[in-house]
Design a protein around this ligand. Sequence first.
Ligand code: NAD
Length: 309
Amino acid sequence: VKIAIAGAGAMGGRFGSMLATTDNPVTFIDLWQQHVAAINAHGLLAHTNDGDKRVHVPAFLPKDVHGTFDLIILFTKAMGIADMLTALKPVITPATHVLELGNGIGNIETISKFVPKNQIIAGVTVWSAALNGPGEITMKGNGSVTLQALASNEEPFFKQVLQVLTEAGLKPTASNDVLTAIWRKAALNSVLNTYTTILDCNIGEFSQVPDCDTLIDNVLDEFAAIAANQHVHFDEAATKQLIVAQFPDDANGTHYPSMHQDMAKGRKTEIDFLNGYIAKVGAKAGIPTPVNALLTKLIHGKEQLRQIQ
Ligand code: NAD
C-alpha cells in the first residue's frame, strides 16, 4: 500500500514513523517548509519508548508531490483539512482512500467535498505525540485506533489497511459505529481541552474547581441534544465516566490537553470543531446551546488577545 501522511506534525510523524517499519512506502506531505527541510536533511528525530531514532522518510510540500497514493492519512488540524485536500487534488484519484483520525466533529463532511464517501475511512485514535520543533517529535506511551470504512468494512482495501496498521503496531479495531466514537472523543475534548485552556490549568486541577461536576454536565447536556438532532448515538453517562477517569494523576491528571498547548504555543485551536460545532448546529436547528456557544467565544477571545491568526 503506497501511503502518504498529509500533515506530518506530531501525530502524522508518529503514524509515519511506525508505518515506515513495514514494507509499505511512506511519504510525508506538510505545509511547514522548515519541518519538511529538516526531515529531508536529517530524518525525523523521534523520541520513543525505546530511545531516540531518526526516521528517514521523504518529505514534500504539497505543491512538489508527484505520483499517486493508495492511502492518504490526514493528520492536519481540523481547520487545515480543506487547504491540504485542495493542494492534493492533482494526486487524488478514484483509487485513493483518505483516512481521517483527527479530533473534532464535521471532518467527514469537509473531506467528502473533495473525495467521494466510498473512498473515506474515518475514526479516532488514542495514540498521542508532541511536535517539539521542525524535524523532531516525541512519541511515547501506547494507544490504539478505531476506524470504519464509510463504504463498507467488508471492502478488500479496508482489510488491507487494517493489516498494514496492525503490522505497524498501531493496534487498529474495525467499528460499525465510528460516529459514536468520534462524538464521544469530541465531547471529552470539549470539556477537558476547553476548560483547562480557559482556566489555564491541567486536568487534575480542573477536577478540583468548585462546581466542576456542573461545568461538565452543562457541556454534555447540549452535546446529547445535538447528537439526538443529528441521529448520532451518544451515551452521556459513559462519556462523563470517561472524563472523570482522566482526573487521577496516574491517569491524565498532570496532563495539559492539546488545546492548552496550542494556545501556549500561539497556534490556533480546534474549538470550532468541538464546542463550536455544537453551538453552530444548535443555532441552525433552533436548539439552545448557550454554554457551548459561550465557551467557543471565550476561546476565540483568548486567541484574539494573544493575536493568534
Ligand atoms: P500538530 O500541530 O503537531 O501538526 C498539525 C499540522 O500543523 C502539521 O502539518 C504541522 O506541520 C503543522 N504545524 C505545527 N506547528 C507548526 C508551526 N509552528 N508552524 C507551521 N506549521 C506547524 O498536530 P497534531 O497534534 O499532530 O494533531 C493532528 C490531529 O490529531 C488534530 O486533529 C489533533 O486534535 C489530533 N490528535 C492529536 C493527538 C496528539 O497527541 N497530538 C492525539 C489524538 C488526536
